[in-house]
Design a protein around this ligand. Structure first.
Ligand SMILES: [Zn+2]
Length: 132
């Protein structure tokens, strides 16, 4: 399995992450799953209502709106994106807890290392290669 994230999409996400620093930023990724490919079609920037450098929470209202918007476009919420302003792009203990509840691709951008990484938590943590 791999996730396709274009150069333009990386730009949008990294600019948002830098803009929201020192806090984490977050977004929903709309797209489609095609065999072993996860395609991102659209980015839905959400608000981190925690305004925290270490955690993020998307409000239920935004989640509902996001899922509805994806559905209206014939897409699915295939991923959740957030940034790590000052740490490696590796899921925190809290991230892992929420990954269990939201079994989609989790994309993390580290503002520190400028790297994008994608994961999924099944019985164990799986790294999903990201391609352009
Ligand atoms: Zn995190």
């Amino acid at each position: 399995m791999h996730l396709v994230l274009t150069e333009a999409q990386r730009q949008i996400l990294s600019i948002e992450a830098i803009d929201k620093k020192p806090n984490e930023c977050c977004a929903l990724l709309f797209g489609k799953k095609d065999n072993d490919k996860i395609l991102v079609n659209e980015i839905y920037i959400a608000e981190n209502i925690e305004k925290s450098p270490l955690n993020f929470t998307i409000s239920n209202e935004q989640l509902i709106q996001g899922y509805k918007m994806a559905g209206d476009k014939g897409l699915e919420v295939i991923g959740i994106f957030h940034s790590h302003p000052d740490s490696d792009p590796y899921p925190s203990a809290t991230d892992k807890k929420f990954m269990e509840l939201n079994p989609v691709a989790w994309v993390i951008f580290s503002v520190m290392t400028k790297e994008f990484k994608a994961y999924m938590l099944e019985s164990e943590l799986i790294t999903i290669p990201i391609v352009t």
